[in-house]
Design a binder for this molecule. Sequence first.
Ligand code: PEP
Length: 267
Amino acid sequence: MKKRIPFFAGNWKMNKGPSETEKFVKQLISAIAGDDAICNALKANEIEVGIFPPFVSLERANSAIKSADVSISLGAQNMHWEDSGAFTGEVSGVMIKETGCQYVILGHSERRHIFGETDDVIEMKIRKSLNLGLKPILCVGETLEERDKGITEFVVERQLKEALKALKTHQTFETGIVIAYEPVWAIGTGRKASDEDAQKVCAFIRSFLENNFGSRVAQEVRILYGGSVKPDNAKGLMSQKDIDGALIGGASLEVESFLGIITNGMS
Ligand code: PEP
């Protein structure tokens, strides 16, 4: 059974172009080098740290990461489900792979709600990413209205069922799919889910995996929480049994707060 290594993933959204990215990654690398606990944990493979810059900054991030003494994972925030073709303004998984990405965030609530991505579109993207050997971070989560109606689990189950349809046949969990529970009302609002509520939904996700794909998959797949994670709330979240890391938006844009979350989340 593969151990679930805590994963701290920074989703930069539409922030930091190539020069700012290079500057940030250099600062991050030197701050990590000066922090024995994080540096040793990374070297011992006890934690994973990843950044998710905008498409145009991926190549520059990758070059800067390669010069580091420790490994930092790289991912994109989205991709198209075809390899190439007449899709103006889109970027394919083949392309982001060429820039050095190992991961891709799929189904983020901003993609679902601002850009109208449906469960079907997300399913096609998941399938393509797995075929390409790119590890997807599948985001699921309910809106405030759905939460108030008491249908959080129903919504999360539907999103999982639809997005993971392909896995029934491919059984490609080996590629390292990650799931992020991100309640929409907690993203960018400063209103984090309570540790207990976040744990409850993450446990529900794990039981969904167990019921549909068996206990090995359920025990190996990492489930992250995302939504207003900050240095002062990381410890409580990370001490929950079914939370294996954090998908961090705003607080991943500054080296100090990003490392603060990692430090407190590891302790
Ligand atoms: C996100 O963008 O996935 C996110 C969780 O944002 P924030 O941490 O800013 O709430």
